[in-house]
Design a protein around this ligand. Structure first.
Ligand SMILES: [Zn+2]
Length: 285
């Protein structure tokens, strides 16, 4: 069934005859999402050409994602969206008040990728769509692991270590928790952690925690700081998969990747070398 539909859609696109079959109106409405992607950035062209097969490789390349379609292409069918807030904003203009809807949307694959976006438009539906596109461009990778000494299972179900993040006056600390604890957090940060793929974690907050966007950003900053421990993106993923075992085997690829990165940016040679050493220690724990 699915194959059949896809086949027909393909033919329709080639022939330019979209209204030929019944239900042409419905087809049209879903067309924008399904429309063929013409990349406008160099990264987009490379992704479409198949130079990058995973998002991991894109992050490793250090390129900025400017087209949401890059995410759509690489994480097809994996992303979940969550509308966190829709509010109306007002602005005084020469001819009276101008009303806009403002939407905050989370996008995540529940397995290590999370992003937040904000969109504004006269209609809330358009604002949400804008926010989704924005969220895709802001996706960050979350280094999951088992950082809990009470658990030690080696599965990526919690954060790899305690992290702190803040935005404005909002602060959050996220601590690794053993399996079965669940997410101990407020509603907003819980949603962020869920969509990022964290199953168990303890958290503490400080400051103005009722501001949804600040809370989300603080949580994402905290999760993003898991990445700063290690620069070799590929090796971090390997470690998350392999867990605590095989320290010696892990130490080698970690060293290699940081050397490779240091070559790309010679200025950071010494600090990266140090980082690699600390990583080996964490791997052994
Ligand atoms: Zn565990």
């Amino acid at each position: 069934m699915a194959f059949d539909r896809r086949g027909r859609r393909g033919r329709g696109r080639e022939g330019g005859d979209r209204g030929g079959e019944g239900g042409g109106f419905r087809r049209r409405r879903e067309e924008p999402a399904q429309a063929e992607w013409v990349p406008r950035t160099e990264l987009g062209k490379k992704v479409l050409a198949g130079d990058y097969s995973t998002l991991e490789e894109v992050f490793a390349s250090g390129r900025k994602i400017l087209e949401p379609q890059v995410i759509d292409f690489l994480l097809k069918g994996q992303l979940a969206e969550e509308v966190m807030e829709v509010t109306s904003t007002q602005r005084m203009t020469g001819c009276g008040r101008k009303m806009l809807m403002r939407a905050i949307v989370l996008v995540g694959n529940r397995a290590g990728y999370i992003g937040v976006g904000v969109g504004k438009a006269p209609e809330s539906r358009d604002a949400i769509n804008e926010a989704v596109l924005d969220a895709k461009k802001n996706i960050v990778r979350v280094r999951l692991g088992c950082g809990s000494w009470e658990c030690g299972c080696g599965q990526p179900h919690t954060v790899a270590r305690e992290v702190h993040g803040s935005n404005g006056s909002t602060h959050i600390w996220i601590k690794p928790a053993p399996r079965g604890v669940g997410i101990v957090a407020g509603d907003t940060s819980r949603k962020v952690l869920e969509l990022a793929g964290v199953h168990d974690a303890w958290s503490f907050t400080k400051g103005k925690t009722r501001n949804v966007l600040n809370m989300i950003l603080a949580t994402i900053h905290a999760l993003n700081s898991l990445n700063s421990l290690k620069r070799g993106v590929g090796s971090a993923a390997e470690e998350a998969e392999e867990g605590a075992g095989a320290e010696a085997a892990e130490a080698a690829p970690a060293g290699q990747s940081s050397v490779a990165e240091a070559r790309q940016a010679p200025a950071g040679e010494t600090p990266r070398g140090e980082e690699a050493e600390t990583n080996e220690e964490t791997g052994a724990n």
